[in-house]
Design a protein around this ligand. Sequence first.
Ligand SMILES: Nc1ncnc2c1ncn2[C@@H]1O[C@H](COP(=O)(O)OP(=O)(O)OP(=O)(O)O)[C@@H](O)[C@H]1O
Length: 266
Amino acid sequence: MRHEVAALLGVTMHTMLALNRLVKAFGGHRAVDGLTCAIPAGRITGVIGPNGAGKTTLFNLVAGAMKPTSGEILFEGRPIGGRRADQVFRAGIGRTFQIPRPFPAMTVLENVMLAPPAQAGESFWRNWLRPGQVRAQERAVREQALHWLDFVGLAGLAQQPARVLSGGQRKLLELARVMVAQPRLVLLDEPGAGVNPALLDVIVDRIAALHRQGTSFLVIEHNMDLVASLCDPVLVMAQGRLLAQGRAGEVLRDARVVEAYLGEGA
Ligand SMILES: Nc1ncnc2c1ncn2[C@@H]1O[C@H](COP(=O)(O)OP(=O)(O)OP(=O)(O)O)[C@@H](O)[C@H]1O
């Protein structure tokens, strides 16, 4: 069965995420309407499209925040459609949100340390029986968190409460938080939204560095300069469907894509 689906989609070993006739209906409205596409491994794939095209709903389906009405989602060949968010996270898919909401009173470091799943310290009995193991694990988590804070340039703010961070710094905090779990695929929801130009360069640079180190990305973005500089390929969604795909320069010249965006403003 899996092989039949793979053949149908043209899925190869280099496909990271395959969507097969994916549907999400809200009442009579299909926010995602029979979406079929293959997202390649080792790339930064952009997802663009006018408001209401279904991009965020697609992320919610892949990340396990919503269950599909029908259709399939395969991650590295394994079905994940309908799995819970924590299961998808443990399977190797991380996600950042359009509007990050860190715990404001906790320090920047503590916010990042919250990320890894299934820490030994979470179990009362393990805490009691094996305190040494718990302490060693906490040290490792702290080191990892500091490593990723350093990577995104926030190490100097590690002991500050998260509420002092600007919008762009919160995006960087989210990136550090997600990377602690070492996901193979990261879903970024508008990494450029509400970020000042200087920090935007930092965000783009850090995503590109992670990509060079082997992380794959799926990125929703409205900033077309950012899409053009970072994403290849680019998928264009409109009305819950795949309208076009290709390199940024190609799809942005596609008459159907131009019309979809112009129609939005009409
Ligand atoms: N929980 C929900 N209940 C009902 N309708 C919803 C829900 N979530 C999304 N929709 C509808 O589904 C459609 C797609 O919304 P979605 O947020 O996925 O689009 P989008 O492409 O992410 O838009 P934007 O670029 O504005 O963020 C919209 O018509 C929206 O109103």
